[in-house]
Design a protein around this ligand. Structure first.
Ligand SMILES: [Fe+2]
Length: 462
């Protein structure tokens, strides 16, 4: 009897010890304290929303990659008063714009709103790694901008990407965008969904799509934004007679989806410098046999790591998220696609949606088969790091409530607004930094040296 009691005591002690270990085995929950008060959208007369001077002057100018490899750019803008010209004049000398491309014109209505004249113009056959100047609009209302094309795709081409998600148009959004602009090394911005938050307004007031376009122009006219769709792009409102999902987004923000064999603008891929970037759509069908599923299965074998060593995936609703917000919303997509991320050695998966920051270790949870009980994430050298970067600063405020204890797969989490930088050095190394808004430009609140999953798969996340 005494022996049995002793065994029970030992057992209880062991359970407590294991429990303590598991509690301590999670990563870092930052103790940084920031304001948690809600934030408001900037007023319509804020200077960031200013309409450019001149009759019918182009506004909301933004660019994105226009083909598979970065030798094309799509320029988009809105003219408010009349159609005007859909032409873009461009060239390498700002005083001699000796090339012209003609774009297309579109517009749309949404409930009681009618858009301006939306122009999209493809500039193709551009030289790589070259500064181009471009001009849109006519005569005294013409406006000039510039962009730099990426270097030709290649395995050791250094390139720096910025990352922002869930931006919105609050005073905090403005700080995030300014903070990103103050880190000028990024050549392109990977945007992980939820743009304007216009749908938070009565009748999805699409005027807030226009203000968002004017607010972001100061960056988006110069650096290509690579778009991912979030739930705030769906704009599905049958009660308003609006039954076409993604209507404002698709009219305003084109993607080069046809060049990667996609059949819809919401999932596609691009190559840029030494990265192959796959954009997935959390709010388009992804079950087996759906167009997105079939496309991804055809796309992944095409990734050539000898050409683009870095394989990056963007999506909106995170698969690993230890905040008490949107908990497990990404679970069905994780179950559908996670094994592919491991099989094809994806380096990193960026998501938004949760208005906070989190980075995981390299883990996978793909062994479960309904009956074997193997349903916990385990360390996996072939798995991506999952990063939630939905902390752009929108009107819905911060997600500050976290599940406790911190799961062992979670390496670092903090409820602050900010942006990130993914700086590819060569085929083996990339330096990743996260910058919270309250810090100065040189401060990184979270960092990680990534080693490439194909060329140098070290234990880099721990
Ligand atoms: Fe979202």
């Amino acid at each position: 009897m005494a022996g049995l009691l002793l065994n029970q005591k030992v057992f209880v002690s062991l359970v407590l010890l294991v429990g303590l270990f598991l509690r301590c085995n999670g990563g870092v929950t930052s103790s940084y304290r920031r304001k948690l008060a809600g934030t408001v959208d900037m007023p319509l007369d804020a200077d960031v929303f200013r309409v450019p001077p001149g009759y019918n002057a182009p506004q909301q100018v933004h660019i994105t990659q226009g083909d598979l490899t970065g030798s094309a750019v799509i320029v988009s803008w809105v003219t408010p008063d009349e159609p005007g010209s859909s032409k873009v004049h461009y060239g390498k000398d700002e005083n001699k714009l000796d090339h012209t491309a003609k774009g297309i014109l579109t517009k749309y209505s949404y409930y009681n709103y009618t858009s301006g004249y939306i122009h999209h113009c493809l500039l193709k056959d551009l030289e790589y790694d070259t500064l181009y100047y471009y001009e849109v609009g006519k005569k005294e209302s013409a406006r000039q901008f510039w962009f730099k094309t990426p270097p030709k795709v290649g395995p050791d081409v250094p390139y720096t990407f910025g990352l922002i998600g869930d931006l919105g148009q609050t005073f905090d959004s403005n700080i995030t965008l300014s903070h990103f602009e103050s880190n000028p090394t990024a050549g392109a911005l990977l945007f992980v969904g939820d743009l304007s938050y216009a749908d938070n307004y009565p009748f999805h007031d699409n005027v807030r799509w226009d203000t968002w376009g004017r607010f972001t122009e100061r960056t988006a006219a110069y650096k290509p934004f690579i778009w991912t769709t979030g739930n705030h792009e769906i704009d599905f409102a049958p009660e308003l007679g609006e039954k076409e999902p993604f209507k404002p987004f698709t009219h305003r923000y084109p993607t080069p989806y046809l060049d990667s064999g996609s059949t819809a603008p919401f999932w596609y891929s691009i190559k840029r410098a030494s990265a192959h970037i796959i954009v997935l759509a959390s709010y388009s069908a992804y079950g087996k046999y759906t167009p997105q599923y079939n496309w991804l299965l055809e796309e992944l074998p095409k990734v050539n790591r000898s050409e683009t060593p870095w394989l990056i995936v963007l999506l909106h609703s995170p698969w690993y998220n230890s905040y008490n917000y949107h908990y497990m919303e990404g679970e069905t997509m994780r179950v559908q696609f996670e094994y592919l991320m491991v099989q094809y050695k994806v380096d990193v998966v960026f998501a938004g949606h949760v208005h906070a920051y989190e980075r995981t270790h390299r883990i996978s949870n793909i062994a479960y088969n309904i009956t074997n009980g193997q349903c916990s994430p385990v360390p996996d050298k072939n798995a991506p790091v999952y990063i939630t970067i939905g902390d752009g600063g929108n009107i819905e405020g911060l997600a500050s409530n976290m599940t406790e204890p911190q799961p062992s797969y979670s390496a670092f989490r903090e409820a602050s607004f900010g942006h990130a930088i993914f700086d590819i050095k060569n085929r083996t190394h990339a330096y990743y930094t996260w910058h919270r808004n309250q810090d100065g430009n040189a401060v990184s609140a979270d960092t990680m040296w990534f080693t490439n999953r194909y060329y140098y798969p070290t234990n880099d996340s721990t």
